[in-house]
Design a protein around this ligand. Sequence first.
Ligand SMILES: [Zn+2]
Length: 62
Amino acid sequence: MGPRPMVDISAIGITCAECGAPIDKLPFEPTKKEDGTFGRLYCYECNKARMRDRGPRRDFRR
Ligand SMILES: [Zn+2]
């Protein structure tokens, strides 16, 4: 495993769903949904915070 390739998405103009900061790079290619948006995407910092809140991989069932 090498370092994750970052995808430059600055041309798309996505902003973070949490703090509203512009996102110019993601560790994955965002996919457009049927409604024409990319869904909720988070900047690096918010992603990190969310990962920490959620903890390591957990079952999504309640
Ligand atoms: Zn953010």
